[in-house]
Design a protein around this ligand. Sequence first.
Ligand SMILES: Nc1ncnc2c1ncn2[C@@H]1O[C@H](COP(=O)(O)OP(=O)(O)OP(=O)(O)O)[C@@H](O)[C@H]1O
Length: 349
Amino acid sequence: MSDSLRLVDGASDEEERAAELALRPKSLDEFIGQERVRDQLGLVLDAAKGRGRPADHILLSGGPGLGKTTLAMIVAAEMEAPLRISSGPAITHAGDLAAVLSSLAEGEVLFLDEVHRMARPAEEMLYMAMEDFRVDVVVGKGPGATAIPLDLPHFTLIGATTRAGLLPAPLRDRFGFTAHMDLYEPAELERVLARSARLLGIDLRKDGGREVALRSRGTPRIANRLLRRVRDFAEVRAKGVVTGPVAAAALEIYEVDALGLDRLDRAVLTALVKLFGGGPVGLSTLAVAVGEEAETVEVVAEPFLVRAGLLARTPRGRIATPAAWAHLGLAPPGADRVTGAMTLPLDED
Ligand SMILES: Nc1ncnc2c1ncn2[C@@H]1O[C@H](COP(=O)(O)OP(=O)(O)OP(=O)(O)O)[C@@H](O)[C@H]1O
């Protein structure tokens, strides 16, 4: 994948994780935006603290880079509990999960990223663990296999998923609190950026922050990443001062356009418009046309394209909106149809 593609992808790599550590808000008060989630979560935590019990299990759904890991860390910090981080794909056997669960301390917070991608037997073990704080560890195979019950400490599971709908209902139902994290508004991202600039010692002016925020696809991780690239540019070409024009010039170099669309987004829109006449077209066909996995198109590109009003999901497939045609500098077919509708009766006359 090219650098420009990675630049606006919500996912992160090891190096970025290290850079992000310094920027992570440490408390709910420091966490910017997502007001509803913050209020609800604050209540859940206060109630648990009042009862002197671990908090209920929490499900966080939302795209990559919206702050799910950050919230899990905040929950652990607010509950003054240790935090264990693992992920669904890392748990390939029920035994992996049993090992994690049995080594938890009382009250510990277990964060399972991509909880929808856990192996099936582990998922079933998790049902019982969440509900009864107990698991049956099966020893041996075949008719001689025995289930040994194992009591677990009371823990708080925080599951993260890109879409709550991907979770089987029995698992979803066992979370006491589900929070959906939306894409951030530009004004919220401006606040995220102002905070990051302060922590990193970057001279980010108001119009510079606005420019970066508008191109960050509603995602704090992308905002922080673009800020670092803009800082490089500003240091080399603008005496370190990030104004609106400086940010715009820097992001132009990285092929992030004025709406924050990157090459993948534009590839999706261009294919939709030029190859499929604006749709409707199925997700997998569209993904093949741009040479990407269907999941990448669905999770990385689509949410923002939908939010930006450029793409719509319909029961018959994806369609490009008139705004998408306009963004690509093309006339939507609707324009022709209107002319056709107006000229047809005249022809008949
Ligand atoms: N509400 C917020 N306020 C300030 N900064 C935030 C906020 N949410 C996220 N961030 C920043 O964005 C970065 C990415 O957030 P985080 O790692 O929590 O996302 P995530 O949803 O867990 O992503 P993934 O699912 O890909 O791991 C963090 O380092 C943090 O600095």
